[in-house]
Design a binder for this molecule. Structure first.
Ligand SMILES: *Cc1c(COP(=O)(O)O)cnc(C)c1O
Length: 236
């Protein structure tokens, strides 16, 4: 199947999942996780109607930006971001979804202030409490937001999570539910400069469950582009 056909299948499933739980399908955006796919594949995904593209690696973001691959769609950063690379990302993407630690938040603030802009971000939560995963502990999020005015050039637009790799279908529902509950808590507190417009969760294997639990953005790679060819991986 072509990229456009894959997207049509995903859209139909997104819509069915939304309707099944009484949600408006328009509330849920499809982010193409474009890592290891070239500019041509990215263009096909945009033509196929994804809402935005998410890149994991600065090197790929810079290269595909140079090739005008993202024309017609917002671009997000969704990977681990080294503080020494924030310059290449801040002001160059519409949303940094993967803000996973305090020193990265500080580095983004500093760079956004220098550029005189406001950078939209999501806070990444290590919802499965996994040693190997990045993200804030769930218990750190509210205390952090109490001090978010220390970061005047950052606008928090929501939360992002990558739950543990599940053994059985449905395993991640409890994590998605916890994320949704956290986002509701945050909305009720009404922090300045903080919205919960975006709850980014759900990938190729579990986006239907994520939508059932309140996701407003799914990040899908494999189901759009096919399996990634890791033999072609270029390390930065
Ligand atoms: C690769 C990636 C995805 C998409 O994963 P698939 O299982 O291929 O859909 C989503 N989010 C992030 C942060 C990723 O790195």
């Amino acid at each position: 199947m072509s990229i456009a056909e894959n997207i049509a299948v995903i859209r139909a499933q997104m819509e069915a999942a939304a309707i099944a739980c009484g949600r408006d399908p328009k509330e849920i955006q499809l982010c193409a996780a474009t890592k290891m796919n070239n500019a041509d594949a990215v263009r096909q995904a945009i033509a196929g109607g994804v809402d935005c593209c998410g890149e994991n690696r600065v090197q790929e973001l810079v290269q595909k930006s140079g090739e005008n691959a993202y024309e017609g769609a917002p671009v997000h950063f969704i990977g681990v971001l080294q503080t020494n690379k924030v310059k290449q990302v801040v002001g160059h993407v519409d949303l940094i979804q993967s803000v996973d630690r305090m020193n990265l938040l500080q580095a983004i603030q500093k760079e956004a202030a220098k550029q005189g802009i406001s950078q939209n971000i999501l806070l990444e939560v290590n919802i499965g409490n996994e040693e190997s995963k990045s993200g804030f502990d769930i218990s750190d999020i509210l205390p952090l937001l109490e001090h978010i005015s220390d970061f005047p050039n950052i606008r928090v637009c929501g939360l992002m999570a990558i739950p543990p790799i599940s053994q059985n279908p449905g395993d991640n529902r409890k994590f998605f539910q916890e994320m949704f509950n956290l986002s509701v808590d945050i909305m009720r507190k009404k922090y300045d400069n903080v919205t919960m417009d975006c709850l980014s969760m759900g990938m190729s294997d579990d986006y239907v469950d994520a939508i059932a639990c309140g996701s407003t953005m799914i990040r899908v790679g494999t189901a759009i582009f096919g399996a990634r060819d890791y033999t072609k991986l270029h390390h930065e």
